[in-house]
Write a protein that binds this ligand. Structure first.
Ligand code: FAD
Ligand code: DLZ
Ligand code: SF4
Length: 523
């Protein structure tokens, strides 16, 4: 008879995990399971599945090297029931533990499953707090009930005070909390980017890649460029590479986009962070240390720490305090299906084709590509929030519901009515033209508002403002765009609406943007 069965999920690969804190190697057994259900509840990118399975196998090997007993169920094991509940039930029969212990999951969906386990398994189930974050959920609930910390910026300041990152005698270092205004430069022509540290798949990753190709052949994404860190040692190397080669200029070029350049100065750390190979505090401490040592400027260190201590913690708090209702809202009543070109990349809109290409090749796109290209288009085109969410959850190696949902449902689709952002992130081609070189290689005219060659982002943007005037017309943060709109005469506004209507009607047909209907196997 086993002591406790400690169930470790695929995004809980941290030795400091609360469920492992008091493990007794003589009596306890760790259970890890590879199951189809987790790979298919959305059609995850092949690299995302390969990343998690490889990282899980490496983590299990590290635990065994410590003398811990690990019961590891592989995807191709014939008796595999392919669900968490089924595999846990089989493991309880095998080991007859006194209890099951686990750290709370990152997803509401799995939380619901766990509620059924005491009855299904017939043993007590202890769910421990996930303490790998700076802000406990109960503290977030308390903070956001105070009104002032309902917005990310106020929450972030509170977190700076609590943790002491970039603080001096109770004041922010440098005198300002936020250097966002210095993070908005476009890349100059001929700018030389640093070569980023990527990771060659080892034997474990190669084995998993073959398994994924075999078991999930129809899923989106290429496997041949797999280069993610899959062990803690590699994740630490990735952090070191970022701090040394990219962080010094991260602040300046955070919002820039460039054709063929998929990584720029971004950290490329989100898969490792979200799977648990690296902790949020390790990342923030490394950035602060580089600033203190004079190796990176303040706008870079602050910008990076804000993303993790601010945005990452804020969206997690929002998710766990507002679910399940949060995911159900549809403030803008958006109903259109997701256009096929989000999968195929076959569109004349160069910016979208370029982001989908990078997404397919890397299971990665950086924040501005996600928000202001594919996200912005989905918002302007009125795509149903659930369709947008399923796409983002599937295609990025870092995507887990707790972080993907608020970013997509709230930040992109504004489906939460402004709980996350006080105004929608809607923009015309002018923004994309300013922050990238995409428009130069595009068949559409970024300057034209209407007409056959006009960039769809333009008429869709103005049409969005016209359509949702009742919701945003009185929003002070939208006053400038509405003032600009009111300078267009009635004929111009009618032309905008007609072009938008025509484009949207044809969007998912062979006549419009995408090619003829494709089957899943075609991507
Ligand atoms: P950097 O740009 O270098 O930022 C550093 C770190 O800050 C990231 O690793 C990440 O941990 C954190 N971070 C930055 N922005 C955010 C944010 N808005 N929310 C939470 N954390 C943030 N991030 C995910 O981790 N998983 C997702 O599923 C996810 N889905 C997104 C969907 C949409 C529509 C948008 C607009 C953003 C999404 N993000 C998501 C946030 C952000 O795009 C990614 O964290 C970032 O691109 C990861 O790349 P990086 O490590 O190079 O990040
Ligand atoms: C995303 C994912 C995939 C593709 N496969 C597995 C798996 O086989 N086993 C596992 O434990 N976890 C996997 N995951 C991650 C889980 O979906 C994630 O741990 C839960 O959603 C909780 O956040
Ligand atoms: Fe995108 Fe429009 Fe620019 Fe083309 S012109 S790249 S569609 S913003």
């Amino acid at each position: 008879m086993t002591g406790r069965l400690i169930f470790v999920l695929g995004d809980q690969l941290s030795r400091g995990l609360s469920a492992l804190a008091d493990i007794d190697p003589c009596h306890d057994v760790v259970l890890m399971v590879e199951v189809r259900e987790e790979g298919t509840y959305v059609p995850h990118h092949k690299q995302k599945i390969a990343f998690l399975l490889s990282a899980m196998r490496h983590f299990a090997a590290d635990l065994r090297a410590e003398g811990i007993r690990v019961d590891y169920v592989r995807l191709d094991e014939p008796e595999n029931t392919h669900s968490f509940t089924g595999e846990l039930a089989r493991a309880v029969t095998r080991h007859k533990p006194q209890s099951v212990v686990l750290t709370g999951p990152g997803e509401w969906r799995v939380g619901e499953m766990i509620l059924t386990w005491p009855e299904v398994l017939g043993v007590p189930v202890e769910v421990r707090e996930d303490d790998r974050f700076f802000c406990a959920i109960r503290d977030f609930a308390e903070l956001s009930s105070r009104g002032k910390t309902k917005r990310m910026e106020n929450f972030y300041r509170e977190m700076r005070r609590r943790t002491g990152f970039l603080m001096e005698a109770g004041k922010p270092v440098g005198g300002k909390w936020n250097y966002d205004a210095e993070n908005r430069k476009a890349l100059p022509k001929g700018h030389k980017l640093p070569k980023r540290r990527r990771f060659t798949p080892d034997a474990t990753t190669r084995e998993v890649m073959a398994l994924v190709e075999d078991q999930f052949p129809d899923h989106f994404g290429d496997l041949d460029r797999f280069a993610w860190p899959v062990t803690r040692a590699e994740a630490l190397q990735a952090l070191e590479d970022f701090i040394t080669h990219a962080l010094p200029q991260f602040g300046d070029w955070q919002d820039a986009m460039k054709t063929g350049e998929d990584f720029l100065y971004h950290a490329l750390l989100s898969p490792a962070l979200n799977a648990g190979l690296l902790t949020a505090s390790e990342a923030c401490e490394a950035a602060e240390a580089a600033y203190t040592a004079g190796k990176v400027p303040l706008n870079a260190a602050e910008g990076f720490i804000r993303q993790i201590l601010g945005w990452r913690e804020f969206v997690r708090g929002l998710y766990w305090t507002e679910m399940p209702d949060y995911g159900q809202t549809n403030f803008l009543n958006a109903k259109r299906p997701l256009p096929w070109f989000y999968w195929s990349g076959q569109t004349k809109m160069h910016c979208i084709a370029e982001v989908v290409r990078g997404t397919r090749q890397n299971a990665y796109a950086h924040h501005i590509q996600r928000l202001m290209v594919t996200g912005n288009f989905a918002l302007l085109a009125g795509i149903a929030p659930a369709e947008i969410e399923a796409w983002y959850l599937a295609v990025y190696a870092d995507a887990f519901d707790w972080v993907e949902l608020p970013n997509t449902h709230g930040m992109v689709a504004h489906a939460d009515g402004g709980r996350l952002g006080s105004k929608p992130y809607a923009a015309s081609a002018a923004y994309i033209g300013r922050m990238s070189d995409y428009c130069r290689g595009c068949r559409y005219d970024a300057k034209a508002r209407t007409g056959a060659n006009a960039c769809p982002f333009n008429y869709l943007y103005w049409n969005f403002l016209i359509t949702h005037r009742d919701k945003f017309g009185a929003n002070p943060r939208m006053a400038l765009p509405y003032k600009a709109l009111d300078r267009f005469d009635g004929a111009e506004q009618a032309a905008i609406c007609a072009d938008a209507e025509d484009f949207l009607a044809k969007m998912n047909t062979p006549e419009g943007e995408p090619p003829a209907q494709m089957s899943l196997g075609d991507w």
